[in-house]
Design a protein around this ligand. Structure first.
Ligand SMILES: Nc1ncnc2c1ncn2[C@@H]1O[C@H](COP(=O)(O)OP(=O)(O)O)[C@@H](O)[C@H]1O
Ligand SMILES: [Mg+2]
Length: 227
């Protein structure tokens, strides 16, 4: 459903993603790993059209993702959660979710609260009073309000305590399993990512240097030779 062909993306003269091919099938959950500066964020930005210009092609179920046209691309069915805090701190949980669903006039928040019971009991609580993990779940919930077919996540577990890392990644896995949402998740936390994703790709200096089942990556030291 996501088809990336010959993608090259630059910042001025610096190529951040180089001639990258990646195909993600409907319903897959793919972890994107790699060192800092490997091009992971740039890859996600291209997939949603947030990077103003790129060479190559990005398609979602056959329709071209147009660079620079985020609002239009998102309507093709993409949810994007950038790195960091993506909630409105002064608004309540419910207000954050309602705001996220405004454009598509989403009324029923039930499915989101079903996914995140932690949020259901805190509907009136201001977002800034939530723990880091709960805020990240709210950000995920805000993306899921619009029922995207493709969910792009940039390091959702960064900065969280270990127990919450697992909880957030399990929530992502639940979205994938229960809603059938295709997920591309960038992660620094390699071990946690391998526990939830079935397929893993590794970027190095903007190039895709490995693509295979997550189960293989668990085998001893093999993972590290890809970096
Ligand atoms: N806004 C920017 N301006 C200039 N260079 C950038 C910018 N953002 C990222 N880069 C460069 O692009 C490369 C890839 O960055 P990025 O996609 O953020 O990698 P990752 O997410 O894997 O850490 C790096 O060399 C980085 O320095
Ligand atoms: Mg990044």
């Amino acid at each position: 459903m996501l088809e990336i062909t010959g993608l090259t993306a630059r910042y001025g003269g610096v190529a951040a993603v180089v001639d990258l091919d990646l195909r993600v099938a409907e319903g897959e959950m793919v972890a994107v790993l790699g060192h800092n500066g490997a091009g992971k964020t740039t890859l996600l930005r291209c997939a949603v059209g947030m990077h103003e210009q790129f060479v190559g092609e990005v398609r979602l179920s056959g329709r071209s993702i147009l660079p620079g046209q985020v609002a239009r691309n998102v309507q093709l069915g993409i949810g994007f959660v950038p790195q960091g805090h993506n909630v409105f701190p002064g608004l309540s949980v419910e207000q954050n979710l309602r705001l996220a669903g405004l454009r598509a006039a989403v009324r029923d928040l039930g499915p989101v609260y079903d996914l995140f019971p932690e949020l259901a009991g805190r509907r009136r609580q201001a977002a800034h009073t939530l723990s880091g993990g709960q805020q990240q779940m709210l950000a995920l919930g805000m993306a899921m309000v619009n029922r995207p077919r493709l969910l792009l996540l940039d390091e959702p577990s960064t900065g969280l305590a270990p127990a919450l890392v697992q909880r957030v990644l399990e929530a992502v896995a639940a979205i994938n399993a229960r809603m059938g949402t295709t997920v591309v998740i960038v992660e620094q936390n390699v071990r946690a990512a391998l526990r939830v994703a079935r397929r893993v790709v590794v970027l190095r200096s903007g190039r895709l240097v490995h693509d295979g089942p997550a189960s293989e990556a668990h085998e001893g030291e093999r993972l590290w030779q890809w970096f």
